[in-house]
Every structure is written in C-alpha cells, then in structure tokens.
Design a protein. Structure first.
Length: 266
C-alpha cells in the first residue's frame, strides 16, 4: 500500500521524542510518509528528524511544544496550517499511580487533560479536515489498563478507557468518509515512562514486558483493518478473560492485589 496515496503526505505524531512515539516516527518514515514531530524536548526532536531525513529521504518538521501549556492545541494547529496532516498519532501521555487521594490533585488533573482532552481536540480538528478530504487516518494510543478498572492506577486507567471508547466509536463514524481509525492498547512496554516508575516491581505481576518495535508494528498493521488491537499473546488472553470469563468486580480485585504487591514499599 502506498501510504502517501492512502493518507496524504504528512503524519503528525505527539510525544515523538522517545518510546512509542519515536518508534511510530521511525516506522512511518519507513512507509515513506513525511513527518511532523511534536514534543517538549527540542534537541531530541532535531536529532531524530536529522536521522530520519537522511535514512529515508523524507521531510521532517519539528515542533517544540508542551501540550499542557495554555493554547497549546491552537499553537500546534497554527504551526501546521500549511501542511496536510493525513495521519494523526496523538501519542503524548502521562501516568500517575499510587493511592488516589495521596496523589497530587493538580498532577492527576494534568493526566486527564493530556490523556483525554488533548487527543480528543486533535482528533476533532484534524479529523474534520480528513473527513472533508475523504482520506486520512488516526491511531489512538490507549493501554491494556484501559480495558479494566485498575486500583492504584485508577485515574490513568480511566483516561485510557476513554481513548479506547472514543477511538472505536470514531472508527465507525469515519469509515464512511474513507478515514481509518484504530486504537492501540499496549501492555507493559519498555519506555522511559516505565523506566521512571522505580517504585513498581512489575516482575511481581503476571505480565511480560515488550519492546516498542512489535507494539508499533501491530498498530500500523491494524490501521484500516481493526477497531482496536492489543499486542502480545498474554495481553490478549487477559483481555479475553476480562470480557468473557471473569466478572469485572473480580478482575478489579485481582488487579488491586497484584498492583499493591508490585508497589515497592518505602
């Protein structure tokens, strides 16, 4: 498939300086798409852009931007007004875990804003243009935690449930306009965000860590074919168990026990 013909010449990726976002940049560059990379860390973006331009002979534009800043979405739209965004990957996100009422209220509010409001706004603004052009695509990034209620990740899991829901719904709405939408729900994936969770011992949970390459490849292959995709056989099994074999309250209790056990006590 020619991605330029299918989606247009530019893909916009937020949270592109590391982890899953950076891997999306690499794999979409390999598909021949030009890129608009958005993140807070300008130097990382510049280095990544230079590398991808040389390797794949594409155009890479970088935008240093904190999406939590006031008017950040308006700034991003203004900076991309002369670029046709044919594929949107609103990947930027953050997590807070621990006892909900002990967590900082402002930080939990930022989780909601960055993980739900910003992707919705970007999907609405760029999706409207895609629908008008009758071509385009959006890859939302949820989480396997978004498929369950997860104590000690309560707010984060809830934001990812929102992404799963809106993404699957927009898959149906946009299909008639030839716009593809899919939702990627990774399990534990080796990223800087996970590396920063020093108070979690994920080895005490029945999950297998994945690398970013197969996770992103699964999402790209699902675009245009599936509403949502979960990388990793064990992650898929857990999702099936949650949907068909185990009551939700029981899974919530199970996750509460597993996460509390994995939390390193200071």
């Amino acid at each position: 498939m020619n991605y330029n013909d299918k989606y247009g010449s530019f893909a916009l990726i937020t949270g592109a300086s590391s982890g899953i976002g950076k891997e999306f940049a690499k794999q979409l560059a390999n598909k021949g798409l030009n890129l608009v990379l958005v993140a807070r860390r300008s130097q990382r973006l510049i280095e990544l852009a230079s590398s991808l331009e040389k390797q794949y002979n594409i155009i890479v534009k970088t935008i240093e931007l904190d999406l939590l800043n006031d008017n950040a979405v308006e700034t991003l739209v203004s900076k991309t007004k002369d670029v046709e965004i044919g594929l949107l990957v609103p990947n930027a996100g953050m997590e807070v875990h621990g006892d909900f009422v002990k967590n900082d209220y402002q930080l939990e509010s930022k989780v909601v804003r960055l993980n739900t409001l910003i992707p919705m706004q970007l999907a609405h603004i760029y999706g409207k243009k895609m629908v008008k052009k009758q071509r385009g695509g959006i890859i939302f990034v949820s989480s396997t935690f978004g498929h369950q209620s997860v104590p000690y990740f309560s707010n984060y899991a809830a934001t990812k449930a929102y992404i799963l829901s809106i993404g699957q719904a927009l898959n149906y709405e946009f299909k008639k306009s030839n716009v593809d939408v899919t939702v990627l729900s990774p399990g534990l994936t080796r990223t800087e965000m996970v590396d920063g969770m020093q108070d979690m011992d994920f080895k005490k949970m029945p999950i297998v860590e994945m690398t970013v390459e197969p996770v992103v490849k699964k999402a790209i292959n699902a675009l245009g074919n599936r509403q949502a995709v979960i990388p990793g056989g064990r992650n898929v099994f857990m999702d099936i168990m949650g949907k068909f074999t185990t009551p939700r309250w029981m899974l919530t209790n199970m996750f509460g026990f597993l996460v509390s056990r994995a939390m390193v006590k200071n």
